[in-house]
Design a protein around this ligand. Sequence first.
Ligand SMILES: Nc1ncnc2c1ncn2[C@@H]1O[C@H](COP(=O)(O)OP(=O)(O)O)[C@@H](O)[C@H]1O
Ligand SMILES: [Mg+2]
Length: 145
Amino acid sequence: MTNKEWKYDLAQIDRIAGELWTTIGNHKIIALYGEMGAGKTTLVHALCNYRKVSDHVTSPTFSIINEYRIRENSKFEKIYHLDLYRLKDEEEAIRAGIEDCIYSGNICFVEWPEKAPGLLPPDTISIRIQFVDANTRQLKLEFTS
Ligand SMILES: Nc1ncnc2c1ncn2[C@@H]1O[C@H](COP(=O)(O)OP(=O)(O)O)[C@@H](O)[C@H]1O
Ligand SMILES: [Mg+2]
């Protein structure tokens, strides 16, 4: 079991993003827990910016599936940013194509993973974000393999 913790404000988020990428290593699925406004989306954007995103595609269906393209050496890699907030349950998530993203082999950040816990593989990295004060957040990361 790996556990790590950070406290950060927006001035530090780019450095945190770099440290998170190092910790993420070869893991592909990263679930982000935290209440509305905790900073899940902000963190995913910082993580994607860190990898120098060259293109951003948003799904027409309420931006449930966002796709970022990054250039890795000479080839392109995809990062999915999934927001399950508006989905009712696992069945609706599958119909929206969430499972296809999760098993595509690409990196996937998943907001509101509570909506479809059964779709997450066992080696998913969990990130929990909590408010400390208006500008500061605490992030706890854990994974088992
Ligand atoms: N340290 C911080 N990390 C992330 N967001 C922060 C931080 N401090 C303030 N904020 C603000 O909190 C809000 C977080 O919103 P958002 O990322 O959309 O949350 P979520 O996706 O969890 O609902 C943004 O307005 C952001 O500017
Ligand atoms: Mg969000």
